[in-house]
Design a protein. Structure first.
Length: 384
């Protein structure tokens, strides 16, 4: 879906396909028919954005075979879908039985990460609608925090220089600008806006910036307005917003809250958990660690469990949709649009205590939730 901000900017809204299990081109095309097109029809719109997740093997096929790329583009067009952003955070295996820390490999000290990201940018340049101003690719925030020796940090910085050069060359060749956004995430080298400024400051803002995940921001107990101001002051653009929310337990010592949290402690994905203290924010790397007593339960817990936007979890748990509202208002509620790509990224449907029977309906309801927020901020849906 597209929206017009009062300043004239076109703002793109879609959902991320990493919710679907597909790691070959045939599977990616099948998910467009089985899920994305029905979501568009359920919303009653002529055009729907989809932020594609393309695993390494798919990207390799698309860059090696122009016919395969043409086939994917034709399938998108035939189904009323468009792509202005790719999620290049997971490299492969995102729907294995156990993912956990493997999702951070390869990191930005590894040549494979640079090559994959540039290949994603090449694919996106070919998929972009003719009238789209630019594309975006999101990626991990350099690496998991440990180990991260100085030599790895230096290798990563050199890789970012080469990434900038590669993106500039791609624009010169295709006429399409692709920006890469690094996604701060709890437990990584870049967790917060302050760390993003420290690690990514001084990079070319026309090519590189931040992918802001509202769930991650909430888990770190960052105030949205302060975080956005910090990024703006440092000249780090928000190239994409992932519209997401975390799970919060206001009183984690409450037996009902602990029972509900226990049902979220599933084995596939990592669910970093944080609580505020007098000296800052204290955290553990996974929800089971918190439940085992490694995190104080005297204050609220926030859990990096991407919860559906339009509904509440099992009481007494709640979500951080209020935080997401503040992020949307901070980016799009002012006189200018400070972000033009929004991606709903609830990839956890399959690991909910009660997975939905109607996934298409759930995704459509999330997109409708964001649509209502955007129109409430003064944006107008663009039917063209």
């Amino acid at each position: 879906m597209r929206f017009l901000h009062p300043d004239g900017t076109t703002v793109h809204l879609g959902y991320c396909s990493n919710v679907h299990q597909a790691e070959d081109l045939k599977g990616v095309i099948a998910q467009l028919a089985a899920h994305a097109e029905p979501v568009r029809e359920r919303l009653g719109v002529d055009r729907l954005g989809i932020g594609l997740w393309l695993a390494r093997d798919v990207v390799t096929e698309l860059t090696a075979d122009e016919g395969a790329l043409d086939t994917l583009k034709a399938e998108l067009g035939a189904r009323g879908l468009e792509t202005v952003t790719l999620n290049a955070f997971p490299y492969a295996g995102f729907h294995r039985e156990v993912v956990k820390n493997d999702v951070y490999e390869p990191d930005w000290a590894d040549e494979a990460r640079l090559e994959y990201t540039l290949d994603c940018a090449r694919v996106l340049a070919a998929l972009l609608p003719d009238d789209a101003d630019r594309g975006s690719v999101s990626t991990l925030p350099l690496a998991w925090r440990d180990p991260w020796p100085r030599v790895s940090a230096e290798d990563a910085r050199h890789a970012l220089d080469r990434l900038t050069t590669g993106l500039a060359a791609l624009e010169a060749w295709t006429g399409r600008r692709i920006r890469v956004g690094f996604e701060p995430e709890p437990g990584c080298v870049v967790e917060t806006a302050a760390q993003a400024v420290r690690e990514l400051g001084g990079l070319d803002p026309d090519r590189l910036g931040v992918c802001l995940d509202a769930c991650h921001l909430a888990v770190q107990f960052e105030h949205p307005a302060a975080a956005l101001r910090r990024l703006e002051d440092a000249g780090l653009p928000v190239v994409k917003l992932q519209a997401s929310c975390a799970v919060e337990a206001e009183h984690p010592a409450d037996p009902a809250a602990r029972a509900a949290l226990q049902r979220l402690a599933e084995p596939r994905f990592l669910h970093q958990t944080r609580t505020p203290t007098a000296n800052g924010v204290l955290g553990v790397d996974d929800l089971p660690d918190a439940l085992d007593g490694d995190l104080p339960d005297t204050g609220p817990w926030r859990v990096r469990f991407h919860a559906p936007l339009h509904t509440e979890p099992e009481p007494p748990l709640r979500t951080t949709t209020g935080q997401l509202d503040h992020v949307l208002a901070g980016l799009l509620g002012g006189p200018s649009a400070d972000c033009d790509h929004i991606e709903v990224e609830t990839y956890t449907w399959s690991v909910l205590p009660e997975p939905p029977a109607d996934l298409v309906g759930g995704i459509a309801a999330e997109l409708a939730w964001v649509r209502d927020r955007l129109t409430g901020l003064g944006l107008k849906e663009d039917p063209s």
